[in-house]
Design a protein around this ligand. Structure first.
Ligand SMILES: Cc1cc2nc3c(=O)[nH]c(=O)nc-3n(C[C@H](O)[C@H](O)[C@H](O)COP(=O)(O)OP(=O)(O)OC[C@H]3O[C@@H](n4cnc5c(N)ncnc54)[C@H](O)[C@@H]3O)c2cc1C
Length: 390
């Protein structure tokens, strides 16, 4: 049985940062990860480029973390997105800011981020064990006993950073919720969010088209962001964000040209009245999308009857899209629900009932939009949980 000050279960962004902070504060630290490699899910973020944080203000962070973001005020006062940016820059990683405040390594490679975290852990003397699945945890007197199939490790502090239940193929299978239940802590209901949407749309015609900053509206929700048409429906940040508000059976409306008013579009058509509808629209949007909207108007703009022109304008500004469902947890990006925040001290992320037991990252009942917001709160909660105020 090997004894440490701190054991961390799970090497995602939360776990790796918790290991860095615990070791920085002089604690002997063990990080256990069941995958052979570190940060498997993190590798796939931002289209494989690692969307490591977002450079917005605190208000932007709160808007980007719709699931219990307010719990994080104390965490962000200790370690926030600017600390994340400084951390990587001080450790030799050059970063760049893209649209919507998304921050990436200039290499456009996730490995740059993972390697930096790994290097820092090794520099601080963290004992990193990959290919080690934790199968059970017990607390005997003041010590946590952490069992893998062939070894037991003990520590007075345990940090659970096993992630949620989304994309379980990356390793996040909800084991941390089981640890919480073992210690009689409440876990809130789990639901898939940031999920691609299934629609009854003519997928084949539009499949593969991606649009920048279009607006999806559903009831009072109005989301302007990038959108991707896929073979099953809609993906990309706009669709993922909308998924928090729909279950299937709703109709959303898509404005493909939100910076143009209906009046602007009417004038555009009038200016191009000698052209075919198709060609007039092709000046405003990708060809295949223009052809889709021009279907049924196989003529010049001037030949389209006024009432038909109005129908066309309405479709361009508010195309009804019937949502038939959303992808399951297995294909969703984020888990809503997790360890009940009423169980957790927001300053230290320690369990109020079980001294020494900490939770950080997506295992907690916190969910954020993609765009760097999840990774931000995971890294920040990891740092705070690892700071171990004892
Ligand atoms: C495809 C995809 C794209 C995404 N893109 C973005 C994005 O652009 N921006 C954004 O903000 N967020 C994005 N996210 C969400 C983000 O990646 C997660 O919120 C974040 O990785 C969660 O970090 P975590 O450290 O809490 O958990 P995870 O990254 O899930 O790590 C948990 C780790 O714990 C390990 N583990 C679990 N159980 C055990 C056990 N019993 N023993 C040992 N180890 C165990 C797992 O193997 C895993 O490595 C994306 C998610 C996906 C799936």
């Amino acid at each position: 049985m090997t004894r440490y000050d701190t054991i961390i279960i799970g090497a995602g962004p939360a776990g790796m940062m918790a290991a860095i902070s615990s070791s920085f504060y002089g604690k002997s630290t063990l990080l256990l990860e069941k995958n052979r490699r570190l940060g498997k899910k993190l590798t796939g973020t931002g289209g494989g480029r690692c969307n490591v944080t977002n450079n917005g203000t605190l208000d932007d962070l709160m808007a980007g973390i719709p699931g219990n973001g307010r719990f994080l005020y104390s965490v962000f006062s200790q370690f926030d997105n600017h600390d994340i940016i400084n951390f990587f820059q001080e450790n030799g990683v050059k970063l760049k800011v893209e649209d919507h405040g998304r921050v990436f390594p200039t290499t456009d490679r996730s490995q740059t981020i993972i390697k930096c975290l790994e290097m820092k852990m090794l520099e601080n003397g963290v004992d990193i064990r990959t290919g080690k699945e934790v199968v059970s945890v017990k607390k005997i007197d003041d010590l946590f006993h952490v069992n893998t199939p062939d070894e037991t490790f003990t520590a007075s502090q345990l940090i659970v950073t096993t992630g949620g239940k989304a994309y379980p193929s990356t390793g996040s299978t909800g084991f941390g919720h089981e640890i919480a239940r073992h210690f009689k802590l409440a876990v809130t209901e789990i639901e898939a969010v940031e999920s691609p949407l299934l629609t009854n749309f003519p997928h084949k015609k539009l499949q593969g088209i991606s649009l920048d900053d279009v607006t999806l509206t559903f009831g009072k929700h109005r989301i302007t962001h990038d959108l991707l048409f896929t073979h099953f429906g809609l993906s990309g940040p706009a669709a993922l964000r909308l998924s928090s508000f729909v279950k299937g059976g709703e109709t959303a409306f898509l404005d493909v040209l939100p910076t143009h008013s209906e009046q602007d579009l009417a004038e555009h058509l009038e200016r191009n009245r000698e052209k075919s509808v198709k060609n007039a629209l092709r000046e405003l949007m990708p060809e295949r999308l223009a052809d889709f909207f021009a279907e049924g108007y196989d003529c010049k703009v001037k030949q389209v009857h006024t009432s038909e022109r109005e129908n066309l304008l309405t479709k361009l500004k508010a195309l009804p899209i019937h949502i038939t469902g959303k992808m399951s947890l297995a294909k969703s990006f984020v888990t809503k629900g997790g360890v009940d925040l009423r169980e957790i001290n927001p300053k230290t992320l320690e369990s109020k009932k079980v001294p020494g037991l900490h939770f950080a990252g997506e295992v907690l009942d916190i969910n954020a939009h993609t765009g760097g917001f999840n990774i931000t709160y995971c890294l920040a909660t990891g740092w705070v949980a690892g700071s171990l105020h004892y």
